[in-house]
Write a protein that binds this ligand. Structure first.
Ligand code: PRT
Ligand code: ZN
Length: 298
């Protein structure tokens, strides 16, 4: 492999695959072929993508096989704790919080079972695929419980009599519902993160890491952003400015032939909903136009 090219680990096939590739595409990366191969070559950047299981991503960065990785905080934290337990401090650095892969690691009890806080866990058997995070949670609360480590299908463990409750990832909650389980405590709020090696990289590689970080920032900040244009009576300017969601300094332009009116252009860093447009109109605005923002660089 070419030592001068960055290597970024991405989940091969799973929940993080599509949003990870979407982020990279929005950052301008063009990949050589489909994601069926282990490695995809970046055609327009010195960056190649390695497709692997998400659980392997922290280790690949830890062992300097990859310079960068896109992985869930849940997997990262578990790996960090596991490494620490084996006496190896984690070397990967978390460099960006990403706006996808949101979920939470939660405790859930079977319907009808009471739960009055962590002390209710005393002496219970808890099934999980995240034994290190669960152990930390219990340790911090000084609760002794039995951790039943499984490799999957955690939600059926109570029904099979293997555990009294579970500690598993939840996003919509429909899996819990379908299995007659009730979420009672959050152990970790999770989302995808970008990690990197702590190694000092050659300047050319480091420059590309910095460019990628900046582009990610740009992509994430425009996702919810909108460009809004409208006409307004000068007298309503103050009120209208207050109504524009998340915009600091709108551009105010005189309107030829209408001395009492101005045009306002603003970048709103939040979504602009119909309700906002209706309020703006009520305040005197007209000719309202909302456009998506494609790229932004501060
Ligand atoms: O093969 P590989 O090991 O790469 O994939 P995997 O099966 O381990 O992972 P995958 O693709 O399921 O998830 C990858 C990452 O997505 C996780 O590590 C989390 O960071 C994130 N993520 C976000 C989730 C969920 N949401 C999620 N809902 N991971 C798993 N789930 C599970 C959840 O445990 C439940 O069983 O999906 C099920 C449905 O969830 P509900 O609450 O929407 O019903
Ligand atoms: Zn996995």
């Amino acid at each position: 492999m070419d030592e001068m090219r960055l290597k970024l680990a991405v989940q091969k096939s799973g929940r993080l695959t599509e949003p990870s590739l979407d982020l990279l595409t929005r950052c301008g990366l063009k990949l050589s072929r489909g994601k069926d191969q282990l490695i995809c070559v970046g055609e327009n950047m010195p960056l190649d993508v390695l497709f692997v299981r998400d659980d392997d991503i922290p280790d690949l960065v830890q062992e300097d096989v990859c310079d960068l990785g896109l992985v869930g905080l849940n997997v990262l934290e578990e790996s960090r704790l596991e490494l620490a337990a084996r006496g190896h401090p984690a070397r990967f650095q978390q460099v960006r919080t990403l706006d996808f892969g949101r979920c939470r690691l939660s405790l859930a009890v079977p319907d009808g079972v009471s739960f009055e806080g962590p002390s209710s866990l005393r002496g219970r058997r808890i099934a999980t695929t995240y034994p290190f995070m669960l152990a930390r949670y219990l340790r911090e609360r000084e609760v002794n419980a039995e951790i039943v480590t499984l490799s999957g299908a955690v939600e059926i463990a109570p029904r099979l009599g293997r555990a009294d409750l579970i500690c598993d990832l939840v996003s919509t909650g429909s899996t819990l519902l379908a299995n007659h389980l009730r979420e009672v405590e959050t152990v970790l709020e999770s989302h995808a993160v970008l990690i990197r090696t702590p190694l000092e990289l050659p300047p050319e590689k480091e420059e590309w890491v910095q460019r990628l970080l900046m582009r990610i920032e740009g992509v994430q900040s425009v996702r919810e952003s909108k460009y809004i244009m409208l006409h307004a009576p000068r007298s309503a300017l103050a009120e209208i400015r207050k109504l524009l969601p998340g915009s600091e300094s709108p551009t105010i332009i005189p309107l030829e032939g209408f001395p009492d009116k101005v045009a306002i252009h603003a970048v709103c860093r939040e979504n602009v909903f119909w309700e906002t447009l209706e309020s703006l109109k009520k305040a005197g605005a007209s000719a309202l136009l909302v456009l998506p923002v494609e790229k932004m660089l501060a």
